[in-house]
Design a protein around this ligand. Structure first.
Ligand code: FES
Length: 158
């Protein structure tokens, strides 16, 4: 998919993480969280190696990876840029803001830039309608965002 980065993962790092835990099913979640911290997502190769090492079916590990919200099975950017597409924001031009971001960062919504700087998401109302249109980068809310200024906001995040 365009914008989804499939970079080669460091298998040595994967094995190092796995072997730093007890060979017990109770370690599975902690290992997946460790993958998430190290790679900003849970790589497929990591799930395969973990399955082999623990003797646990890959399907079980995959199910855990999809169940826990803190885990992502696709690469994430260092920053998350959420563009609110709720009704109030939509009426105030959120669509054009999102298009500007997609064009400038060369990324499609709900995917990650090639340099893994941003994961760009379109989201439902973030609860700040009075400030519409709203863009949230990581935990920082920007309100009354103008199309011409949105890249100035994103430039602050390297
Ligand atoms: S619609 Fe965007 S904050 Fe509510």
């Amino acid at each position: 998919m365009a914008g989804q980065v499939r970079k080669k993962v460091d298998t040595k790092q994967i094995d190092k993480i796995i072997k730093s835990y007890d060979k017990s099913e109770e370690s599975l979640l902690a290992i997946l969280q460790d993958f998430q911290r190290s790679f900003q997502y849970v790589p497929e190769e990591g799930m395969k190696r973990l399955s082999k090492y623990m003797g646990v079916p890959e399907s079980k590990i995959y199910a855990m990876g999809t169940f826990y919200k803190a885990l992502s099975l696709t690469p994430r950017g260092r920053h998350t840029c959420k563009v609110c597409m709720g009704t109030a924001c939509h009426l105030k031009g959120a669509g054009q803001i999102l298009e500007t971001i997609e064009r400038e960062l060369k990324v499609k919504r709900n995917s990650t830039t090639e340099d893994q700087r941003f994961t760009v998401e379109s989201v439902n109302c973030v609860g700040a309608c009075a400030m519409a249109p709203v863009v949230v980068v990581d935990e920082d809310y920007s309100g009354h965002v103008r199309q011409s200024k949105v890249m100035d906001i994103l430039d602050k995040y390297k």
